[in-house]
Design a protein around this ligand. Sequence first.
Ligand code: 3MF
Ligand code: MG
Length: 343
Amino acid sequence: MSTTYRFSFGPWNIHSGSDPFGPEVREEFSFAEKLEFYKQLGFDGVQFHDDDVVSSADDPWAKQESDAKNMRKLLDERGLIAEFVAPRLWEHPLTIDGAITANSPEARKYALERSKRAIDISQIVGTNNIVLWPAREGTYMREAKDPVASVARLVEWLNVMLEYNKDIRILGEMKPNEPMDQAYLPTTGHFLGLASLTIDPSRVGTLIESAHAILAGLDPSDEMAYALYQKKLWSVHLNDQNGLKFDEDKSFGVVDIRRAFNQVWVLERNGYGQNGEFIGLDVKALRTQVKEKSTNHLRNSHEIFLRLVDLVRSLDVDKVEQLRSSRDYEELDMLIVNHLLGG
Ligand code: 3MF
Ligand code: MG
């Protein structure tokens, strides 16, 4: 059965181009304008931070609830689906030194309460998927926090969330560094290892971002395979990355088309998407783009993904099997390269 893929992205993927070294270079599209791009560009799913849904995660709950209901209406009117809600735990003044692993009890309490509200928001916008990107759950220097206590705090956070709502599931999006020097849970493997210690491992899975695997020196398709085997690959953030540097969030496949092909191969051949999983694209427009063309990275990534699906489907699998059996990997190399070159 061939999968009909559904695509998603987050409102942050259409942006005004600021980076740590310079300000905005183009005017931000309003949220309402961004929403109109989804269907135009071939996307059905919207990924949210809690405060993408509500105007402030620090507002009284009654205000947040009404904001979330309005958002649900906007989505329904446009035939859009909320894919996940992620509590944005890394921007608040209280969470400067981390949220879940902060040394400050006040910060940790804030993180727990805010995360519960994010779950409440998810229920209103219509998704059970909660993404945890533990952005500041690490250190700038090793001595800053107790590493064992930090791991325990991450498990405790998971348990509180799983207990708070029995319908939700948690997707950990792991990244080895940036903004921190070292993350406590740098890879999918680290996270899934802890998942087994929670009160309900069946509701703890993963979202794998290509660039995050690359930054950890790993191959994204192997990371995806590892999670797929465990039936725990519940979302992806496909993108590309040119080596070990800051997280570039380049369009999918533009740096290494073969690496992208291998991700599509592992997803397609293992039925990813057949239980409603989205093809999420966490891609950023280059800073040099003008506003009118600052959604092309999404269009391009979507197109590259679909063209790679065609290439995966048209690959001569018997030939691949034959070359594997005869251990003729030089010929296998050529078969793949020829296929990618259209020959
Ligand atoms: C990290 C993420 C997001 C970030 C987003 C904004 C769900 O890779 O996917 O968290 O917030 O990328 O920069
Ligand atoms: Mg991401």
